[in-house]
Design a protein around this ligand. Structure first.
Ligand code: ZN
Length: 229
């Protein structure tokens, strides 16, 4: 009885935004993950239009809303969503992304970079899926959660250096159970470092005849290769 009550409270707590700023721990009067000054700091990490699109290692253009700098409050909100199952933070990030990126023309279906089922079970929340659903709902279009499948668990990309990231995602993605006639697909991820994961997923979709555009919540600026350099 008590266990189920505690579990239910955990679910409710995970759906709510925190009462304190996740970056500086200031008390918040409104439901938000950041106080006003930390939100302003986050806004200073927005990617200028002249620096978009970035390029993946294979040269595919990719857009994003923000840089994932070491001092950016985005990191605290992202961690709460991705690693601590805070659905309120995940939805806040999705709304933030949807308001700040210019979606490509002609997208017909949205799909997230898939996580391995075991990792999803462990994390309890599909952040890329929530980002995709929010973007799709903004344009009254559909999201497919089964166009791609990750069949190998592998090491999380954020634990590897640049060279190992490339080999880590080779052959780990396959086409999912859902088959669609060729469409213009927007492939969505949360944080892009080299773009190797996006390239691996895009290759699978392109082999099925789809054309693919790429979008992410954030770029890790320090190692991401920008088209303007
Ligand atoms: Zn703050």
């Amino acid at each position: 009885m008590w266990r189920s009550t505690i579990a239910a409270l955990e679910v409710v707590r995970g759906a709510l935004l925190p009462a304190r700023c996740l970056q500086c721990a200031a008390s918040l009067r409104e439901a938000a993950p950041l106080c006003l000054s930390c939100f302003r700091l986050l806004e200073s990490c927005r990617i200028p239009a002249r620096e978009l699109p970035g390029l993946t290692v294979a040269g595919r253009p990719v857009i994003a809303a923000s840089y994932y700098r070491s001092a950016s409050p985005l990191r605290a909100v992202h961690r709460a969503a991705k690693y601590h199952q805070n659905e309120g933070c995940a939805k806040w990030l999705a709304r933030y992304m949807a308001r700040r990126i210019h979606l490509p023309e002609g997208v017909e279906v949205y799909t997230p970079v898939p996580s391995h089922p075991a990792r999803l079970m462990d994390r309890g929340l599909d952040l890329a899926g929530i980002l995709s659903q929010t973007l799709a709902s903004r344009t009254n279009q559909v999201v497919s959660l089964d166009l791609l499948r990750r069949h190998t668990l592998g090491t999380p990309q954020d634990e590897l250096d640049r060279r190992d990231r490339l080999s880590n995602v080779e052959s780990v993605f396959k086409a999912g159970k859902q088959t669609l006639s060729p469409l213009h697909v927007l492939l969505v991820d949360d944080v892009v470092t080299t773009g190797a994961t996006l390239d691996a997923c895009a290759s699978v979709l392109e082999a099925k005849g789809h054309t693919v555009a790429l979008a992410s919540l954030a770029f890790r600026r320090e190692i991401f290769r920008l088209s303007q350099r």
